[in-house]
Write a protein that binds this ligand. Structure first.
Ligand SMILES: [Mg+2]
Length: 237
């Protein structure tokens, strides 16, 4: 697959691609650990919880994306499992902790460097849309509080919770194209997740661009375009 000669549509993933999930999540968890007096004053313990949560949460999202667990299982099991994994006793209301997290985290405002510049440029030149596996209410809060909403038409926010299947399912990408009157061969998908964004787009005939800001994984493929900053996307659009 080659990058299209004619690009008319650009689809963006939200979490970990435009909206800095890791940073927003870590700040939320630090606030909540304080609020619940968990690992009080014990910075190594709270840091190890934050790191563990990242791993547990990403494992749970993978299961959710493939319809192997429900939304509620995802929302609540990730906290129980992460606390258990680092040996922090759950002698507090862990479900309330999870609810507070869902309330607070989407209001955090960090986006990746270059997000506003790239969207300012792309929104003038192309039809742009969001395709996210995130939850409906959380998605609108993230986009509104961070200012990202300004670049997108509301009908171009495609939230898979409304579709009943998640990325990487082909139906998601087909729906995004039909919603925005686009053709797969004229579209790009920019996302961080190798499975849901990159393989998903590829299987739907959409050219993927892999955003890998932390250079966490290595994935070599001759035609795969990898960018480590959002500004680098300017080279292609
Ligand atoms: Mg993502």
């Amino acid at each position: 697959m080659q990058i299209p000669n004619l690009i008319t549509h650009i689809f963006f993933d939200l979490d970990h691609t435009l909206w800095d999930f890791e940073r927003n999540s870590a700040e939320t968890l630090a606030l909540l650990l304080e609020k619940y007096h968990i690992a009080s004053g014990n910075i190594p313990a709270s840091n190890s919880f934050i790191a563990q949560y990242k791993a547990t949460n990403s494992k749970m999202w993978h299961l959710y994306n493939h319809q192997l667990i429900s939304k509620d299982e995802l929302r609540f099991r990730r906290f129980r499992e992460a606390f258990a994994a680092v040996g922090i006793p759950i002698d507090f209301d862990v479900d309330k902790f999870g609810e507070d997290y869902m309330e607070l985290c989407p209001r955090m405002q960090h986006v990746f460097d270059g997000a506003h510049e790239i969207l300012t440029h792309a929104s003038k030149k192309y039809i742009i849309a969001i395709i996210t596996n995130g939850f409906i209410e959380a998605t609108y809060n993230k986009m509104n509080y961070s200012g990202l909403m300004a670049y997108f038409k509301p009908e171009n926010i495609i939230i898979t919770e409304n579709l009943g299947v998640q990325k990487p399912h082909k139906k998601v990408f087909e729906t995004a194209l039909s919603h925005t009157n686009g053709l797969a061969q004229n579209a790009l998908m920019v996302g961080d997740n190798m499975d849901s964004d990159i393989v998903g787009a590829y299987n739907a005939g959409i050219f993927p661009i892999w955003f890998n800001p932390h250079r966490e994984e290595q994935f070599q493929h001759e035609n795969l375009i990898e960018i480590n900053t959002l500004k680098k996307l300017m080279d292609y659009i």
